[in-house]
Design a protein around this ligand. Structure first.
Ligand SMILES: Nc1ncnc2c1ncn2[C@@H]1O[C@H](COP(=O)(O)OP(=O)(O)OP(=O)(O)O)[C@@H](O)[C@H]1O
Ligand SMILES: [Mg+2]
Length: 224
């Protein structure tokens, strides 16, 4: 069996709030295989975003083990953590977080330039991804000149730009109307499968969850 792209063991996270300790993650064990697309379901406040932030190496304060392609996060230096986030992980959020002063293709080119890809190769990759997502005619539009669904497509292309082993998506179609969410999510799934990335996708939508390879449910700080 090939090595998991993501594995956690006994992952915990608590918050101190007004003299009280809230235990959000109480020992989460999960393992995501290369190319596997997994839904993360759970009631509001169950800790889905907290879990994605932990495995995205976005902040500290966690207990237990997180391994990204076999490498223990706690043993990474801060530059190794940055490189892992840049080269191995792709992020998609509910609100796109595109750079407002850059157009669609530039938003997809930039993370590639940060990684060291040549401008020509980055342009070609960005153009190909955006065209696959049906945005070939919107390459030079800025985020404010794009519809919500188009903005999320750009965010999908940006997340995949550096060919990450793992996509972490937090309600990626959560701010779209149902019909648009359905379409953008379908394109997301098709492209992620085509690219061979694994993905963990937090969602409240059972129907979208059923289209993924596996469903994980977060409840009382544990996964089932
Ligand atoms: N920085 C923080 N300080 C204190 N409590 C926090 C903090 N971040 C999150 N929490 C608490 O942790 C719990 C889990 O929050 P989280 O955002 O992970 O839930 P979620 O499952 O993503 O919910 P939703 O479906 O609404 O997005 C919540 O009760 C929240 O109030
Ligand atoms: Mg959340």
């Amino acid at each position: 069996m090939s090595e998991a792209v993501l594995a956690t063991t006994g992952l915990t996270r608590s918050f101190e709030q007004g003299g009280e300790t809230i235990h959000v993650l109480r020992g989460v064990n999960l393992s995501i295989a290369p190319g596997e697309i997994v839904a993360l379901l759970g009631p509001s406040g169950s800790g889905k975003s907290t879990l994605l932030q932990a495995v995205g190496l976005l902040e500290g304060g966690f207990g237990g083990s997180i391994r990204i392609t076999g490498v223990e996060a706690a043993q990474m230096s801060s530059s190794e953590r940055t490189a892992t986030r840049r080269d191995m992980l792709g992020f998609i959020y509910q609100f796109h977080h595109l750079l407002p002063d850059f157009n669609a293709i530039e938003n997809v080119v930039l993370p590639q330039l940060v990684k060291g890809t040549s401008r020509a190769d980055a342009d070609a990759r960005a153009s190909e991804l955006l065209t696959t997502l049906g945005l070939g005619h919107r390459l030079t539009h800025r985020p404010s000149q794009l519809s919500g669904g188009e903005q999320q497509r750009v965010a999908v292309a940006r997340a995949l730009a550096n060919r990450p082993a793992l996509i972490l998506a937090d309600e990626p179609t959560g701010n779209l109307d149902e019909a648009t969410a359905e379409i953008v999510f379908g394109e997301f799934l098709r492209l992620v499968r085509q690219e061979g990335s694994a993905a963990v996708v937090a969602t409240h939508n059972e129907r979208l969850a059923a289209r993924m390879d596996r469903v994980l449910r977060l409840h009382d700080g544990h996964l089932s």
